[in-house]
Design a protein around this ligand. Structure first.
Ligand SMILES: [Zn+2]
Length: 135
């Protein structure tokens, strides 16, 4: 599917279009993230893109209390999220109350503007779960 530059460009174009693209191997059918030129499971090079449905769950996280960038105002949460597609990605959890995040919290994909024209795939706690949690 081309070299690293092409893989990264395809991924970046997806982000620009508001789509989180992950790779699925045509040989072993498994997904991987971040994008690579070969399958991390079987080393095959027949990889296709699939769009994440945007659901996941927090498997690990840390609260950052001192911001390092104007794009992210502390406190914020850096988390390892496992997507429904079975891949894990390091990301940020955004939302009105980041310290509510726990391991196992269901999250949904959203995009956060960064810099002049960029954006990052981030996650916020699932509205469904928030609804269930309120009295
Ligand atoms: Zn594979």
């Amino acid at each position: 599917m081309g070299g690293t530059d092409q893989v990264n460009q395809a991924y970046a174009e997806g982000i620009d279009a508001g789509r989180l693209l992950i790779q699925q191997c045509l040989d072993c059918q498994r997904c991987q993230f971040y994008p690579r030129i070969t399958c991390s499971h079987c080393a095959g090079d027949r990889l296709d893109w699939t769009e994440s449905r945007g659901g996941g769950v927090v498997v690990s996280f840390t609260v950052v209390r001192r911001g390092v960038s104007a794009d992210f105002i502390a406190p914020y949460v850096v988390a390892l999220v496992e997507l429904d597609e079975g891949v894990r990605m390091m990301t940020h959890i955004v939302g009105p109350d980041p310290e509510q995040v726990q391991i196992g919290t269901p999250v949904v994909l959203t995009f956060q503007p960064v810099g002049a024209a960029g954006r990052l795939p981030v996650f916020s706690p699932s509205p469904l779960q928030q609804g269930e949690a309120s009295p």
